[in-house]
Design a protein around this ligand. Structure first.
Ligand code: ADP
Ligand code: ZN
Length: 526
């Protein structure tokens, strides 16, 4: 039997329990649908206010709301937050002692709880499922629902057993939430969860107060320092790919007098917590971290996020940059990227044992590197990745739109490079090919007689940095590719033919403030 709950009662609870004056976009609709007994599938960006969407109905509906959440570390925070609002909440996971779990079970069975957070692996436990059968469930919530999809960036096999929850919920509504869902992941998630005619919500992913910038990484330290000087005394996160680079960057910044601390899974729990707290309490300005950092941190005044290494996927990039500017004030996101980074990630991906996992990681890598290399408005590219159309031609706050760029035609240079590759039978690495086109008379060139080929020195007008960038560009565009193995060489793909024939042009984005030598035009191949 369904209880009728008026709009007034909903609003009253919003103010009384949560202390909020108004709903954020989509919250009212989701709450209404749940109260009417409908299943829900809601895609809302991080910080969009998902918790309220189920915590409010949990307070109003009789019975216990079961929330499945994948991150044990976050459950406690969630429960503390709910309790601070006077909600009767608890959690059950493997981090607890048997006595603690028993206490929660007792509270659950006697109907005292309005909200219970559980880890997905609980659903594999028979006694837990039996316990749920014996209680009144007001609704079931699946947080981070995309974890059920193998196409998501953080697939969790545990999630596959959650369709059991839909059965256990019986007549009670099931609401699935996620902050990251491409069309593909959404379709897959919906299919696997088997929700019953769900109310679908797709909030906009646009973060208008964030500005985006992608820089070609030539010297990470120097580039980080220059950004930090611009944001002196402001809070920011620097993401790095490895623990070692986190430590190195933190040490470098501290040596230069910045208030900075490292954060990664290699630090012991105490130090990690201390560093995180120091950052949250504004005792340090900058935290240098691996992706381990940021899950669930609710610090609103982060003014900049720097990705000093390539993020694993667009989803990661969006989530990590999304931690900036939660207060709605402007915040800046910088991504430093280079082909070297892509190669490093490739190396790790190639070592993955699981073929499917490898394919997913490769797919994510190619999407994120294409994003970095492209000349499309960053905001548009991000939104379109999440299946959202962007109507403006110019977002006004990304490096592409604010015109800090020149698009330069590199078709001739590309032909020079490709023909040097052809003339040396595609048997050499990028460095050697660059030596040929820039006319470097070194030992290897002389021994191989490569100073006699037609394209030797044809690209002298540009420096090596330019040519390395062009190699990157051609790799990203799939005009050339790198072979596997210890001594990778660059080879042509079928796309190269059109470029060599002059049927397809190559344009490259060059920062308008790049050194002049880099921007000067090369002499065409005679
Ligand atoms: P998500 O889980 O979607 O990332 P949260 O539920 O953690 O987001 O909410 C993000 C922040 O927004 C929290 O600090 C929360 O208190 C706040 N918030 C949520 N809904 C409202 C609202 N209607 N009015 C004001 N603040 C809200
Ligand atoms: Zn833009």
């Amino acid at each position: 039997m369904r209880v009728q709950i008026s709009d007034e009662a909903v609003h009253e609870a919003l103010q009384r329990v949560f202390g909020f004056q108004a709903f954020r976009p989509n919250q009212r609709e989701v709450v209404r649908a749940i109260l009417e007994g409908r299943d829900v599938f809601a895609v809302m960006p991080t910080g969009g206010g998902k918790s309220l969407c189920y915590q409010l109905p949990a307070v109003l509906l009789p019975g216990t709301c079961i929330v499945v959440s994948p991150l044990i570390a976050l459950m406690k925070d969630q429960v503390d937050g709910a309790r601070a609002n006077g909600i009767r909440a608890a959690f059950l996971n493997s981090s607890q002692l048997p006595e603690e779990r028993q206490m929660v079970a007792n509270a659950l069975q006697s109907g005292e709880l309005e909200l219970l957070y559980v880890a997905p692996e609980r659903f594999a436990v028979d006694s837990f499922r039996a316990m749920l059968r014996g209680i009144r469930i007001s609704m079931a919530v699946i947080d981070e629902a995309h974890c059920i999809s193998e196409w998501g960036h953080d697939f969790r096999p545990d999630y596959l057993s959650l369709s059991a929850l839909v059965d256990l919920a019986g007549m009670a509504p099931v609401a699935a939430f996620t902050a990251t869902a491409t069309e593909r992941v959404q379709a897959d998630t919906l299919l696997r969860l088997a929700l019953r005619d769900p109310f679908l919500v797709r909030a906009s992913f646009d973060r208008p107060n964030l500005s985006y910038e992608v820089l070609f990484k030539d010297s990470a330290d120097r580039q980080i320092l220059s950004i930090l000087r611009r944001f002196s005394g402001k809070a920011g996160i620097i993401y790095r790919a490895s623990r070692k680079s986190v430590n190195d960057t933190a040490a470098m910044l501290r040596a230069k007098g910045f208030r900075a601390l490292p954060y990664h899974a290699g630090l012991d729990d105490r130090e990690r917590e201390q560093n995180q707290n120091a950052f949250i309490r504004d005792e340090v300005d900058v935290i240098i971290a691996t992706v381990a950092f940021g899950m669930g941190i609710d610090k609103s005044n982060i003014r900049f996020v720097i990705h000093a290494d390539l993020p694993k996927s667009i989803e990661n990039y969006y989530q990590e940059t999304g931690r900036a500017g939660r207060d709605g004030e402007p915040a800046h996101c910088t991504l430093l990227y280079s082909q070297g980074d892509i190669a490093k990630v490739r190396f790790f991906i190639d070592a993955m044992a699981d073929g499917e996992e490898r394919a997913r990681a490769l797919f994510a890598l190619s999407t994120v590197s294409a994003f970095a290399a492209s000349a499309v408005c960053r905001r548009r590219a991000l939104l379109e990745h999440f299946g959202e159309a962007y109507s403006k031609d110019n977002c006004g706050s990304c490096d592409v739109c604010t015109g800090n760029f020149d698009t330069i035609d590199c078709s001739v240079e590309s032909q020079i490079l490709l023909s040097a590759m052809v003339r040396t039978d595609e048997r050499f690495g990028a460095c050697h090919v660059i030596d040929i086109v820039t006319g470097s008379l070194n030992k290897k060139i002389k021994e191989l007689g490569h100073d006699r080929i037609k394209t030797f020195g044809a690209g002298k007008g540009r420096d090596k940095k330019f040519w390395r960038r062009l190699v990157d560009e051609l790799l990203v565009r799939g005009v050339i590719m790198k072979t596997e193995g210890l001594y990778p060489v660059i080879i042509l793909t079928e796309k190269a033919v059109a470029v060599l024939r002059g049927e397809a042009g190559i344009e490259m984005l060059m920062r308008a403030d790049a050194p002049k030598a880099e921007r000067k035009k090369a002499e065409p191949d005679p």
